[in-house]
Design a protein around this ligand. Structure first.
Ligand SMILES: *Cc1c(COP(=O)(O)O)cnc(C)c1O
Length: 380
């Protein structure tokens, strides 16, 4: 089956009990045993749930992995993955990862004895020099949030294989429609399904896709032991969202390209970050490893805080809100919103300036989006 078909038919669809075409929401905590020691495949919803299973099977197939797991949030998925490690292990992470990921590593996992090195993942030598005898994991995010930097996945996986490191890829921004990291040898894929996979800003969720039986068994164990799983209703919303993922991603990208080109030519704009632009330093790598460039565009405004505030106050079709990947366009200020949990020095070091604005370009009519940006960028 091809991508669009998997998105609609993967997992047990139609439902085996009554043939429901829409996946039933098994809103139950527990399941009746047929006999002592004999279940019908499910015993307790923390361990497994039939609605969740359809979502897990769908995401696993879309990513081309072994098994999928659905979590309460993207951060719950990431926290669970970090428990594959032990105190004393060292992790090398991109320095421009999602702010919440940085916070989980620095302010939570460090207290449990994990060590972290944050660096820009665009240079083989720099990554190799950071590897220590206790290094166990390479944490990758491409395109990165909010700078849209690109990691050469083949290069990163090559280094990891040579040094026996596990590679984890946060594939939230690209989604499997545009990028399938497992095809490049990545061991684990994580998602915030809150974003494009669900796509409608009405749920928070996360997912993990594994590639080996050993990882599958371990992630299933951790999900059950830690209780980080998603609820049946939230799973149902993400299942419904994924059915239109291919259509949505194509239009998100089309609108994002138009927005990036418009901003690039605007007098008030200092710099536009979008991997689809030829001027983007990661453009050639992105073109090689991705089928599309996604729907997020970041840019820096000329001028200071007033220019930023005036833009964010004047936008009307774009809403001032965190998050991304929904049908409605959003704009946000990483320094004070999505990445406020990063210390200012780290933000400045990696390039998340106070002038940076991140746009999640939605599915509205492109002329309305561009007119909205235009009126908000007028000098006051
Ligand atoms: C939002 C996001 C997360 C965290 O996911 P939640 O569902 O908000 O917990 C992780 N990684 C990336 C790239 C994100 O954009």
């Amino acid at each position: 089956m091809r991508f669009e078909t998997i998105a609609i038919h993967a997992g047990e669809r139609p439902d085996a009990t009554f043939g429901a075409v829409s996946v039933p929401i098994y809103q139950t905590s527990t399941f009746v045993f047929e006999d002592v020691g004999k279940t019908r495949g499910y015993d307790y919803s923390r361990t497994a749930n039939p609605t969740r299973k359809v979502l897990e099977d769908t995401i696993a197939q879309l990513e081309g992995g072994k098994a999928g797991f659905a979590f309460a949030t993207g951060m719950a998925a990431e926290a669970t993955v970090m428990h594959l490690l032990k105190a004393g292990d060292h992790v090398i992470s991109g320095d421009d990862v999602y702010g919440g990921t940085y916070r989980l590593f620095q302010n939570v996992m460090r207290d449990f004895g994990l060590e972290f090195t944050f660096l820009r993942m665009d240079d083989r030598r720099r990554i190799e020099q950071a590897i220590k005898p206790n290094t166990k994991m390479l944490w990758l995010e491409t395109p990165s949030n909010p700078l849209l930097n690109i990691v050469d996945i083949e290069m990163a996986v090559g280094i990891a294989r040579q040094h026996n490191l596990m590679t984890v890829m946060d594939n939230t921004f690209a989604t499997p429609y545009f990028l399938r990291p497992i095809e490049y040898g990545v061991d684990l894929v994580v998602h915030s399904t809150t974003k494009y996979l669900n796509g409608h800003c009405d749920v928070v969720g996360g997912a993990v896709v594994t590639t080996t039986d050993e990882l599958t068994e371990r992630v299933q164990f951790l999900l059950n032991a830690m209780g980080t799983c998603a609820s049946p209703f939230d799973c149902w919303l993400v299942i419904r969202g994924i059915e239109t993922l291919p259509l949505r991603m194509r239009q998100h990208e089309k609108n994002a390209i138009a927005v990036a080109n418009y901003l690039k030519g605007h007098l008030m704009v200092k710099r536009v970050m979008y991997p689809g632009l030829k001027s983007h330093p990661g453009h050639e790598i992105a073109k090689r490893q991705m089928k599309g460039f996604g729907g997020v565009v970041s840019f820096e405004l000329k001028g200071g805080t007033e220019a930023v505030n005036s833009f964010l106050e004047r936008i009307k079709v774009f809403s001032l809100a965190e998050s991304l990947g929904g049908v409605a366009s959003l704009a946000e200020h990483p320094a004070t919103m999505s990445h406020a949990s990063m210390p200012k020095e780290h933000r400045e070091k990696v390039g998340i300036t106070d002038q940076l604005i991140r746009l999640s370009v939605g599915l509205e009519n492109i002329n309305d989006l561009i007119e909205d940006l235009g009126q908000a960028l007028e000098p006051s």
